[in-house]
Write a protein that binds this ligand. Structure first.
Ligand SMILES: N=c1c2ncn([C@@H]3O[C@H](COP(=O)(O)OP(=O)(O)OP(=O)(O)O)[C@@H](O)[C@H]3O)c2ncn1[C@@H]1O[C@H](COP(=O)(O)O)[C@@H](O)[C@H]1O
Length: 108
């Protein structure tokens, strides 16, 4: 079932699976390999998403985007950052144009 709770359920599953057996859990396997490996996978999935957007069809893009979001949630979980914190940051930005925000930055 897809709903606004999808990410919350994924976050809870990832938290639960972190300490599972790496032989049977991809989340546990990634965590056992460390933050560097998780970050590397996130980078790879970002690249694959870009390639799919530029050269592949809709189905491939959806698949790569799902891989990207999954690995981002794994990374945030490994760093102890709850998704709610990221959502709160997006809420804070709501309604503020990216153009206006950039223009308001202190000049360096
Ligand atoms: N959403 C996902 C999900 N999306 C992608 N993947 C896995 O991410 C991996 C990415 O593919 P790759 O070929 O790049 O990975 P790889 O072969 O291990 O790559 P290398 O480490 O060799 O570089 C694949 O193993 C995918 O199955 C996911 N694995 C798990 N989940 C969710 O996490 C839950 C817990 O999973 P487990 O921890 O495996 O039980 C699952 O029930 C799902 O809800």
């Amino acid at each position: 079932m897809t709903s606004p709770d999808t990410l919350a359920r994924l976050e809870a599953t990832i938290a639960e699976r972190r300490s599972a057996d790496p032989q049977s859990s991809y989340v546990a396997k990634l965590n056992a390999r460390g933050l560097g490996k998780i970050a590397q996978k996130l980078g790879e999935e970002a690249t694959e998403t870009v390639i799919a957007a530029l050269t592949e069809g809709r189905e491939a893009l959806v698949g790569e985007a799902a891989d990207l979001i999954f690995h981002l949630v794994v990374l945030l979980s490994a760093k102890g950052v709850p998704l709610s914190e990221v959502m709160a940051e997006l809420d804070r930005r709501e309604g503020v144009s990216g153009i206006a925000e950039k223009a308001s930055r202190p000049k360096v």
